[in-house]
Write a protein that binds this ligand. Structure first.
Ligand code: ZN
Length: 216
């Protein structure tokens, strides 16, 4: 399998925009990939936006982002307070907020899958594509009760140590979620293990994304 790599060691920093509806979405979907990218020598600037929060979940989101983005050259963490579960009904305000993001000019965007079964996730995915029309957009996956896992087409193999760090950060930062039956170390590792098997990752682990448009 031919591997395509993002620029390494270029003088200009790589600008990444991470978008997540809820406080733990970005970490679950692409936390390992972010950790892997930040472990290299490329300068990376990250804008990290969480759209829904309350005071407790904002605190958790900020703590988690600080852990995951520790190695970033520059980071901006923006936590909004749109209403959890009601994004389609707050669409105009969220669309207005996306208009404000047009000045960011990211090289790479991580966002939800446009086929995600959660209405909040789907709206953020749709507005991502609506706002950033000439950008590399990778859509991450979130396991959930609805059972919407599909067949992602872009694989990022991850060292087992990075997967363990991702899960440790998740379990440590999001105390409010630990009572949920799905929010567990085994769920996160199992999905990465299955995706690692699909791409024959040397470590056995990977995160995966949907890439709808890629220019070589
Ligand atoms: Zn979510």
């Amino acid at each position: 399998m031919l591997t395509l790599n993002l620029p390494q060691d270029s003088a200009a920093p790589l600008k990444i925009l991470c978008l997540g509806s809820h406080s733990d979405d970005i970490e679950i979907g692409c936390g390992g990939t972010i950790l892997r990218m930040l472990s290299g020598t490329q300068k990376i600037e990250i804008t990290w936006i969480v759209f829904a929060s309350n005071s407790e979940r904002e605190r958790e989101a900020r703590n988690s982002a600080a852990l995951f983005l520790n190695q970033a050259t520059r980071k901006e963490i923006l936590i909004k307070s749109f209403r959890d579960g009601f994004f389609p009904f707050e669409g105009a305000q969220i669309k207005n907020y996306f208009e404000e993001l047009k000045g960011i000019a990211p090289d790479l965007i991580f966002t939800h899958s446009r086929k995600d079964a959660h209405q909040d996730h789907r709206l953020i995915a749709e507005l991502t594509w609506n706002t950033f029309r000439n950008h590399l957009v990778l859509e991450y996956e979130i396991p959930k009760y609805d059972g919407d896992l599909g067949q992602p087409n872009l694989f990022v193999p991850l060292e087992q140590e990075i997967c363990e760090t991702k899960v440790r950060y998740l379990m440590g930062a999001f105390e409010s979620q630990r009572t949920k039956p799905w929010f567990g170390r085994d769920t996160f590792l199992a999905l990465m293990r299955l995706r690692g098997m699909e791409c024959v990752a040397a470590s056995g682990y990977a995160e995966t994304f949907y890439c709808h448009k890629l220019v070589l």
